[in-house]
Ligand binder design. Structure first.
Ligand code: B12
Length: 319
């Protein structure tokens, strides 16, 4: 049974919130309409009602189910498992456990902060939790971030700027190296969860690595996560990769592109003959603060100059 809401959309009897059309639901959740339709079709995650005119309309319960699915995806579950967990939890919700009785370390049951927080607020909360070396609080903020925003937004607008800012704060002695190590570890674990399964699929292959001596691989991981979500298969080699071995890997895997990232231009400059040899085997892209146009020109590579997520989104797979 329906009544008319203030905004012209019907409301289900017994619900105090308007029913949503799929476009509005997609906008709120940061998930495309195609993905929502696929989750509805494949997993029964969405259970729309019909308007009198036959449109599908989605309830607050649908929205909550998708948010729970996003938390599980961000935690590293595959889509089918994440949907099953989100649906099972809904069944479990009839038994209400008081928050103080929930184990603090259980990421599924830890109560999340209220849902209406913007990116700036979440960034500030994340900074506070990581500064205090408070892992459960940091995980709760990250759960909320990935539930409320798309992976791309969370990475591009919160995690990567946070890391960049960390360096500036460290340079003026505002934080200790221990804080940076702690934060790097927590964010690395989250990225590793998002990275699970990034080698799967039928899309073109990208090999990602840092040149010899380079340890800064977190932005490269973020790039890999965003690139996989764009349909690519990722072969991730990470920090400090010997270039001779990399040449052999390129021979075997025959990637569409090879991306090397470094904060230090000298790590590229000292390897010009090896880099030039790599460009004869594949399309080489240099990235990070050390990726200079001069080195790229010298070896026949191109520079990925923007942030990792933007560059990953630009690299659409060939059709
Ligand atoms: C976390 C961190 C570490 C961690 C790295 C953990 C990890 N596995 O990644 C650890 C502890 C290992 C580390 C070690 C060191 N670090 Co450090 N580190 C950082 C920190 C705080 C964050 C790095 C990061 O992830 N940034 C996030 C990225 C997105 O920001 P960005 O680098 O500005 O990148 C921009 C672009 O270049 C681009 N981009 C970057 N990477 C990529 C990749 C791809 C594929 C694409 C498309 C784009 C892209 O996106 C950004 C926006 O446009 C930075 C501070 C900073 N300003 O970045 C220092 C920083 C990079 N480190 C620095 C230093 C000095 C060191 C050490 C020498 C410290 C020491 N004395 O031991 C060692 C060197 C280790 C080594 N041999 O590589 C300096 C580098 C100075 C320089 N230019 O050489 C910085 C800038 C800190 C500072 N303010 O001085 N570090």
């Amino acid at each position: 049974m329906f009544v008319q809401s203030l905004y012209g959309l019907p409301m289900a009897a017994g619900e105090d919130r308007a029913l949503l059309r799929i476009g509005e639901l997609a906008r709120r959740l940061g998930v495309s309409q195609d993905v929502l339709r696929a989750w509805e079709r494949r997993y029964g995650l969405l259970q729309p009602v019909r308007s009198p005119g036959g449109f599908r309309l989605y309830t607050a319960s649908d929205e909550q189910r998708v948010r729970r699915m996003q938390v599980h995806l961000a935690g590293g579950l595959a889509a089918a498992e994440a949907a099953r967990a989100a649906l099972t939890e809904e069944g479990d919700r009839t038994v209400v456990t008081p928050p103080e009785q929930l184990p603090a370390s259980d990421p599924v049951q830890t109560p999340l902060p209220p849902p209406d927080r913007g990116l700036a607020r979440l960034t500030a909360d994340l900074r506070r939790a990581l500064d205090a070396l408070d892992e459960p609080a940091a995980e709760a903020v990250l759960d909320r971030l990935f539930a409320d925003f798309s992976v791309e937004t969370a990475l591009r607008d919160v995690l990567l700027p946070y890391l960049h800012e960390l360096g500036a704060r460290w340079a003026v002695n505002e934080i200790r190296v221990t804080t940076e190590h702690f934060a790097s570890h927590v964010l690395r674990a989250r990225l590793a969860g998002l990275a699970r399964g990034w080698g799967q699929g039928r899309g073109p292959c990208a090999v990602l690595a840092c040149p010899p001596g380079e340890q800064h691989d977190l932005p490269l991981m973020a790039f890999g996560v965003a690139l996989h979500r764009n349909g690519w298969r990722i072969v991730y080699l990470g920090a400090d990769t010997p270039l001779a071995d990399l040449g052999r890997t390129v021979e075997e895997k025959r990637p569409e592109i090879l991306v090397l990232a470094s904060v230090d231009v000298d790590r590229f400059r000292h390897s010009i003959p090896d880099l030039a040899a790599l460009t004869r085997r594949t399309s080489l892209r240099l990235a990070g603060a050390g990726a200079s146009a001069a080195v790229a020109d010298a070896v026949g590579a191109t520079v990925l100059a923007a942030d990792p997520v933007t560059e990953a989104q630009r690299l659409m797979p060939p059709t």
